[in-house]
Design a protein around this ligand. Structure first.
Ligand code: HEM
Length: 392
């Protein structure tokens, strides 16, 4: 338990730290990676380059500290971040390292203003927050291990099939190299994929949603080819250009909380923006396998027909399955968007799953709320560190 004095110091100084957020965290990562270059195998360099992760981790610590009296209140955000940590293979031993360098950075940036009392209070608060993450993550690791026969961290998979789904999106079918069965997962979950790209000094990890319903044979991810100039696109370009059938990647067990609620019988609406279609494909397949009569309305926004991955499969399902309808909207070629008017046709009792770029999701959610849909009906998860904070 933190003392009352410590709590008072934390609350008084959290706004000051947040104000210097970017400077502190830039210094934090610089000194962390200088002392522990091995962590460059874990963090996303592109997020570093863009300064995105710079704000996410430390600001979450500040935000959590403000709620230190009632950490329960931020548990939903902790769960989402913890899922990501578990998917990345973060372990308890790494927490004190991060804590040490975060405190050092606070000291360096604030100088004399960071009195020993302030630093001690933050050290204590960090310890409490880290313990919450460590214990939530332990529960998740144990659960994953139970469901996967002991699989916890990265494991080698072989690419057994590579299928082009649209001009820029290609699917990779991945099979455990040791011949083991693929564990089941909830539709909507993602995996981390770790690669060693020739010529790159460090390993690189990215998360990809699983894009088909679970079976025992393979995982499938469907990856958009980013541009060569985008630092965040390095892994995607490598997968598209260099990783062929027979190639190897490392994978962690499925994680993530943006999943289909299978306990309900309501109509389901999927709102997909671009490559955000991937987890929704997994959910659609699963629904068709298990809830034959649940109505499915699938709306897919893409730039043009050639960008619309899975359009053929969904058009076929639309023709075959009486209770599934599929409509595509092509913005660049046809000037079509999923507008408020389109959303006004959604059944009022539907459960709605939204996935796509941030701007797309924000506009869908705002329109749905405006049309009277409740927060409970709208399911989404923002990907990427900058959004994690918004959830707090
Ligand atoms: C991602 C918070 C400790 C490694 C994140 C994100 C947040 C966060 C908010 C973004 C989540 C998202 O993308 O959805 C925290 C907090 C920590 C903590 C509050 C301490 C209490 C750690 C530790 C490590 C770590 C100990 C391991 C050294 C990462 C990595 C990412 C991440 C690698 C993914 C972002 C990237 O690849 O650049 N963390 N974290 N975190 N965290 Fe943590």
């Amino acid at each position: 338990m933190l003392s009352q004095e410590t709590r008072t110091i934390i609350k008084a100084t959290a706004p000051v730290l947040a104000q210097h957020g970017t400077t502190i965290t830039t210094e934090f990562y610089r000194s962390l990676f200088e002392a522990h270059p091995e962590l460059l195998n874990v963090f996303n360099h592109a997020n570093q380059a863009k300064g995105r992760q710079q704000t996410a981790l430390a600001n979450t610590v500040y935000a959590a500290a403000v709620h230190i009296d009632n950490l329960e209140a931020i548990l939903p955000s902790v769960m989402q971040i913890a899922q990501k940590h578990v998917s990345l293979g973060i372990v308890p031993e790494q927490y004190p390292i991060v804590g040490e360098f975060l405190l050092k950075a606070i000291k360096t940036v604030l100088g004399d203003a960071a009195t020993p009392e302030i630093i001690n209070a933050w050290a204590e608060a960090y310890g409490v927050i880290a313990d919450v993450f460590i214990s939530v993550e332990k529960g998740m690791y144990d659960q994953a291990a139970e469901q996967t026969g002991g699989w916890r961290l990265f494991k080698e998979f072989t690419v057994v099939e590579k299928v082009q789904e649209s001009e820029l999106i290609t699917s990779f079918y991945l099979k455990p190299t040791d011949g083991a069965a693929v564990p089941s997962y909830q539709p909507g979950q993602y995996i981390s994929v770790r690669v060693k790209i020739p010529g790159e000094q460090y390993l690189m990890i990215r998360q990809y949603s699983l894009s088909k319903a679970a079976d025992t044979e393979t995982f499938r991810i469907s990856v958009k080819r980013e541009t060569d100039q985008d630092p965040n696109g390095k892994v995607s370009v490598y997968l598209h250009e260099q990783l062929e059938v027979g190639g190897l990647v490392e994978v962690t067990p499925p994680a993530g909380e943006f999943v289909l609620d299978e306990s309900r019988q309501t109509p389901v609406v999927f709102l997909a923006g671009g490559v955000g279609i991937t987890p929704l494909m997994s959910m659609t397949e699963r629904l068709l396998q298990t809830s034959a009569n649940r109505p499915i309305h699938f709306y897919h926004a893409a730039r043009s027909e050639k960008d619309a991955a899975f359009a053929d499969a969904l058009t076929k399902l639309d023709a075959e399955q009486e209770h599934l309808s599929y409509i595509s909207f092509f913005s660049e070629t046809d000037g079509q968007f999923i507008t408020r008017e389109v959303l006004a046709n959604v059944p009022q009792n539907a459960d709605i799953y939204v996935c796509g770029p941030v701007g797309f999701m924000e506009s869908m959610i705002a329109n749905l709320i405006d049309l009277g849909f409740s927060q409970e009906q709208i399911h989404y998860e923002f990907f990427g560190p900058s959004m994690a904070l918004k959830a707090l």
